[in-house]
Write a new protein. Sequence first.
Length: 329
Amino acid sequence: MSTGLGTLLARALARRAALRASGETTAFRWLNGAADGVPGVTVDLFGDVAVVSGHEVADLRPVAEAAAALVPLRAAYAKYRPKEARRVQGEQDAHAPRTPLWGTAVEEVDVREVGLTYRIRPASGLAVGLYLDMREARTWLRAHARGRTVLNCFAYTCGFAVAARAGGAQRVLNVDLSRRSLAWGEENARLNGQPAERADHLAGDVFDWLQRFGKRGERFEVVILDPPGFARSHAGTFSAARDWPRLAAAATAVVAPGGILLAACNVAALPARRFEAALAAGIRRGGRSATDLARPGPSPLDFPAPAGEEPALKVRALRLGVVTSRSGR
């Protein structure tokens, strides 16, 4: 084990002491790359399982061994993350080996986030069930969900739905391409004593569903947009760098007057100013006005940005006005 690496991991863990001490959160980012002195490497802790990710880093075993020397881990899994998400297509085993780097295989582990429970499957691929940098956004939604109807687009394992239900949402509808992910979301609901109705977990393309809701006149008081950086469906491809205006415009049609649009983008190549411009353009295209409510981005406690850099994750909560006219552009 490298003494330098062990020291950096120990310092990073000490910085997250407040999260560990509460007992309400057992999943957080332990090491955040260059901000914690180890460029290109992150470590996420899910209970007693670590997920070690390398961005163009060939050997992650020293990091896993150093982490296991500091915290009693059952396992540490490796994720080799390419610069472009589309490069993962068909190469999951190479990027996310199912055999742990350290320890014994763990099929699933249940963790807590601000008192809520989520199921993690550390060997399931590059995404293991919960995006930790969205903790502040889920917490914000929980505080603003009471009595509201919520549409959770690109729902994945329905983390936002769990938070919204915990906050007293009247109804949450989840949409995702993957039925497997939605079934995982139903598990998360049951873990928290929440309803897990199949009718509230809709498989399919988000654009298709937004069009259907719009034609039926269905409106939601909160609409969540948290798309992947790149995705393929029968309707074509989605690229966050290119398609945010189109997505935002489609979503405006189903946000109730005075309702909330919660939009998130985690593509580093799309800086905040460009993301905000694309989001604003889409809202204008949909004939809506918007006022800024909050920016519940990644927590600086475990997702500090390197000096002089902005966080990769951008989150905007906007209140939309009544429909006026559509620009058509």
